[in-house]
Design a protein around this ligand. Structure first.
Ligand code: PMP
Ligand code: GLU
Length: 393
């Protein structure tokens, strides 16, 4: 009944686990949800006010396909002031979330069979998005010693005549690692030499704890030309349900993305776009406050996890996740297909804690937790992990 394309597609683990948690909660079971990466904040008031005004002023008609002009101008200002990257109006397309910006890009660029390099561990949706858009994900192994950041030699091992694009999540979901300027320059060099586009997913850019985030498009005009920068408002201003993201890319690619978007959705909700405008224009202090709280929770999570025997983690410099190594417990748990799925299933049923199995990110020896939740939830959730680990010993 369904298309061949869908046969190899797995539903999103992160969204799936969240629905499972909601079902358990409806039954009255209290769950510490450390699974989905969703900020525990409301949309800042000043952003809401702009959205409400837009609604009251009937900014509810069809608008430009590539997005509301005022928001595009504001994004251009942000990219210049904060990321040191200069874009024109026709190089920005606003979409219904970063997911949509990524799929629009893939539809615009990929021909059937084109290969896309996907560093492991990867964000859960990348491979499925690539397959849905007729591409072939090529998984690239990375080194734990380098916090799983991809290097030139990792890339070289996987380049073929069909390689069209490289995906880079920076700061990384799921590890929280952040690339240095030098690492990015080396990656850009090899991509330029081999005509490979870079899809730079910078949605966690604001959530960087050591002020070391560098946007790839800022490195040089050549870097900017081969890069499609993806960003959005779900993480930085807690606007997950408003569904606003955007791409910044060269004029040809932007035109392609606009054409795709024009036929598929026209444009994202105008009210949501005005909310995003309000967030960019008036909410930088709110964002700074949120990041301070994430940092506090990150430090708390590190402190608590460090005290649990048998597990280890990648030190996160950004985003709001911890990628936890559970490989030392492999021989303590019976499992059939996937160790991390069995681990997370048991953690949920025995200790009421939800985490995402590492297999969702291509690495079965890990689980991912999000600390974007409330502090109470985080503390109780990590205590639950500790109790579960101890119960296995
Ligand atoms: N990229 C990454 C790395 C993500 O973690 C997410 C999760 N939200 C997205 C893109 C998609 O975000 P949005 O809600 O804007 O679609
Ligand atoms: N990106 C978040 C996560 O990885 C939200 C879920 C999703 O969009 O898939 O948990």
């Amino acid at each position: 009944m369904l298309s061949n394309k869908l046969k190899n597609i797995t539903p999103s683990y992160t969204i799936g686990i969240s629905s499972k948690v909601a079902q358990l909660q409806e039954k009255g079971i209290s769950i510490c949800n450390l699974s989905i990466g969703e900020p525990d904040f409301n949309v800042p008031i000043k952003a809401k006010d702009v959205a409400i005004d837009a609604l009251n002023n009937n900014k509810t008609k069809y608008d430009s396909v590539s997005g509301v002009n005022e928001l595009k101008q504001e994004i251009i200002r942000k990219l210049k002031d904060e990321n040191n990257a200069n874009y024109d109006l026709d190089e920005i397309v606003i979409s219904s979330g970063a997911k949509h910006a990524i799929t629009n890009t893939l539809i615009s660029i990929l021909n059937p069979g084109d290969e896309v390099l996907v560093p492991k561990p990867y964000w859960v949706s990348y491979p499925e998005m690539i397959k849905l858009c007729s591409g072939v994900p090529v998984f690239v192994d990375t080194d734990r010693k380098n916090n799983f950041k991809i290097t030139v030699s990792d890339i070289k091992k996987n380049i073929s005549s069909k390689t069209k694009m490289l995906f880079l999540s920076n700061p990384s979901n799921p590890t929280g690692a952040i690339y240095t300027r030098e690492e990015l320059e080396n990656i850009v060099d090899i991509c330029i030499k081999n005509n490979i586009y870079i899809l730079a997913d910078e949605i966690y850019e604001k959530i960087s704890y050591e002020d070391d985030f560098v946007s790839i498009a800022s490195l040089s005009s050549k870097a900017k030309d081969i890069t499609i920068t993806i960003n959005g408002f779900s993480k930085s201003v807690a606007m997950t349900g408003m569904r606003v993201g955007y791409s910044a890319s060269n004029k040809t690619i932007s035109r392609g993305i606009s054409t795709v978007q024009g036929h598929l959705v026209s444009h994202p909700s105008t009210i949501s776009q005005w909310c995003a405008y309000g967030a960019l224009k008036y909410c930088s202090n709110d964002i700074d406050d949120m990041v301070k709280i994430y940092k506090k929770k990150r430090d708390l999570a590190i402190d608590m996890l460090s005290k649990i025997n048998y597990i280890d983690y990648i030190y996160p410099k950004g985003a709001f996740y911890m990628f936890i190594d559970i490989s030392n417990l492999k021989n303590k748990l019976d499992y059939k297909d996937s160790f991390s799925v069995e681990f997370c299933d048991k953690l949920l049923s025995n200790n009421n804690v939800a985490a995402v199995p590492g297999i969702a990110f291509g690495m079965d020896d890990y689980i991912r937790i999000s600390y974007a939740c409330s502090e109470e939830n985080l503390v109780n959730g990590i205590k639950g992990i500790e109790e579960f680990v101890n119960s296995l010993l």
